[in-house]
Design a protein around this ligand. Structure first.
Ligand SMILES: Cc1cc2nc3c(=O)[nH]c(=O)nc-3n(C[C@H](O)[C@H](O)[C@H](O)COP(=O)(O)OP(=O)(O)OC[C@H]3O[C@@H](n4cnc5c(N)ncnc54)[C@H](O)[C@@H]3O)c2cc1C
Ligand SMILES: NC(=O)c1ccc[n+]([C@@H]2O[C@H](COP(=O)([O-])OP(=O)(O)OC[C@H]3O[C@@H](n4cnc5c(N)ncnc54)[C@H](O)[C@@H]3O)[C@@H](O)[C@H]2O)c1
Length: 482
């Protein structure tokens, strides 16, 4: 149900009802502020319909099958192939069949008004909404406007690409059938996850990476193990492979490369990064530039706009393009708006309730490939570049009793990055099947700045894979003793 009412003045107006906008609106409403959310497409945003949920729905069945096949005794029972149409049907259900009634009901339940249409700023605390009927509605905000409009896929400027109907992350997560051949361009998170998923569903997949490594923002061993996993699954991974032109001839698409023979496939996915959804957002009316990422301070207040009334949270501020960080920023910004509206001072020092400190220090991420990658905080290189004196402990996860029970021949590696002077964990990376569920302990250690000497007393249960913590601490101790 879309709420249509004639209210034009709110305490808070949120542009964009993705996970970030929903959480922000929930917090301001809970603080007693009258809140409206403007949404141009589906309530729930990219994450629910074309990103996290459908992509993980595609990736979970092959991971479940691989987990069964990794254990003698279960392996003998898991003899069939994936049922691609059942996987796609389950994916469709997880994307709510691209309908947002459930999330609209949630908004309704928490007392937030939904205004359908395309919003844009029109000066201080004023928003214009172009409704689906073509009318223009003016909304004003007594306290705050929050931009939570997210990001979109970017395509490189290549000859022929626009006419070749390439996939972006949207098609890659919602396509109804399995293409016989798929070329994936880009070795970032979307590229490796979607190469994993469509290969598992039966496509012949070629992954083109312009650099020399996958997942270049993570520890180098993570990308190397994911490349090995993709190759073992039958994906052709090509490094230093640069597409220079794309051509569609009916059902086939040809990708010309700077070097080597052209590739022919049914579909080509460009997983080549994101741009902010700030075009036509009226940013010039408040002294900013349409099309730019929105820079914010730790309280998610937009920089360069006086008065403390304009906020940006989620992908659009470019701090950390992840749903959970967007939701975190939404909660923080919501609390900031509520405090300012009540005339209370902000507690915006590091780790205060009004500062999104974790964005810079403790961002967790799981890449749902085979093997999975789970990482939080700084890599060793990032920690060194930031000026820390760093100690690193590496350990093969397969040597932990719990891992050998979980899978025969468990392949995986873990790294702990520690600040030698402060003796706290700065970052952790785990690679291996199912390691995503181990990540939160590391996030607690990094965000909590738990001293290493105290971590010795956090005894992992035997025989769980979490004993990797003990092995990493022992490795650190033994290296320090040498
Ligand atoms: C394929 C893929 C898989 C991903 N998987 C994960 C994952 O597993 N885990 C994870 O944490 N992150 C994942 N991400 C990232 C995640 O999707 C984003 O970080 C998240 O969606 C950002 O949320 P948001 O609310 O900031 O923006 P969005 O989800 O993009 O929502 C923004 C909303 O604003 C609306 N909007 C835009 N402009 C206007 C306007 N002018 N007026 C009104 N409404 C407007 C849009 O329609 C949209 O509904 C993935 C991304 C991709 C592409
Ligand atoms: N599981 C998850 O948490 C998850 C899953 C998917 C996406 N995401 C988020 O979504 C965001 C977007 O992911 P993404 O993979 O699109 O972006 P990305 O920035 O992670 O990777 C894009 C890759 O494309 C390459 N590239 C860029 N332009 C190119 C060109 N012209 N030719 C060839 N290669 C080119 C880059 O070198 C880079 O490696 C990420 O920041 C990620 O955090 C998260």
């Amino acid at each position: 149900m879309t709420i249509r009412n004639s209210t034009t003045e709110y305490d808070v107006i949120v542009l964009g009802a993705g996970p970030t906008g929903e959480n922000l609106a929930d917090r301001t409403r809970a603080a007693g502020l009258r809140t409206a959310v403007v949404e141009r497409e589906l309530v729930g945003g990219e994450c629910s319909y074309w990103a996290c949920m459908p992509s993980k729905a595609l990736l979970r069945p092959p991971a479940a099958l691989a987990a069964a096949r990794a254990v003698a005794g279960a392996r003998e029972a898991a003899t069939g192939e994936l049922d691609a149409s059942a996987v796609l049907a389950r994916r469709d259900a997880f994307a709510s069949h691209w309908k947002d009634a459930g999330q609209v009901a949630w908004l309704d339940g928490v007392g937030v008004d939904l205004v359908r249409g395309i919003g844009r700023l029109d000066g201080e605390r004023r928003v214009l909404v172009r409704t689906p009927e073509g009318a223009e509605r003016v909304l004003t905000a007594r306290h705050a406007v929050a931009v939570c409009t997210g990001s979109r896929a970017v395509l490189p400027e290549l000859p022929g690409l626009a006419d070749a109907r390439p996939w972006t992350s949207r098609e890659a997560t919602s396509w109804p059938t399995v293409p016989a051949r798929l070329v994936v361009v880009g070795g970032g998170v979307v590229g490796v996850e979607m190469a994993t998923a469509w290969r598992a569903l039966g496509a012949t997949v070629t992954l083109l990476v312009r650099g020399r490594a996958l997942l270049p923002k993570l520890e180098p061993f993570a990308g190397a193990l994911v490349a090995a996993g993709l190759r073992a699954a039958g994906v052709e991974v090509r490094f230093a492979a640069v597409p220079v032109a794309v051509r569609r001839d009916g059902p086939q698409v040809t990708v010309e490369l700077a070097d080597g023979e052209p590739l022919v496939a049914e579909e080509v996915l460009f997983a080549t990064g994101r741009a902010p959804r700030t075009e036509h957002l009226g940013l010039a009316s408040v002294g900013l530039r349409d099309g730019d990422w929105l820079p914010v301070d730790e309280s998610c207040t937009v920089l360069g706009v006086p008065g403390g009334w304009l906020y940006a949270a989620g992908d659009v501020n470019h701090r950390a393009l992840l749903t959970h960080q967007g939701k975190y920023q939404g909660r923080i910004a919501g609390a900031v708006i509520a405090a300012r509206a009540a005339g209370r001072p902000l507690a915006d020092g590091p780790w205060g309730p009004h500062a999104a400190t974790a964005d810079g220090a403790a961002v967790p991420q799981v890449v749902f490939t085979e093997p999975e990658v789970a990482a939080v905080g700084l890599t060793a290189e990032q920690a060194e570049r930031a000026g820390h004196r760093v100690a690193v402990a590496d350990y093969e996860i397969g040597q932990v009793a719990g891992a050998s029970l979980a899978a025969d021949d468990f392949q995986g590696r873990a790294r702990l990055v520690v600040d030698r002077d402060r003796r706290v964990v700065l970052g952790a990376t785990l690679v291996g099947p199912g390691v995503g569920e181990l990540l939160h302990a590391a996030t607690v250690a990094v965000a909590g700045q738990v001293p290493i000497d105290r971590l010795w007393h956090a005894v992992p249960a035997y025989p769980t894979i979490s004993e990797i913590w003990l092995r990493l601490l022992e490795t650190l101790r033994d290296e320090a003793a040498e």
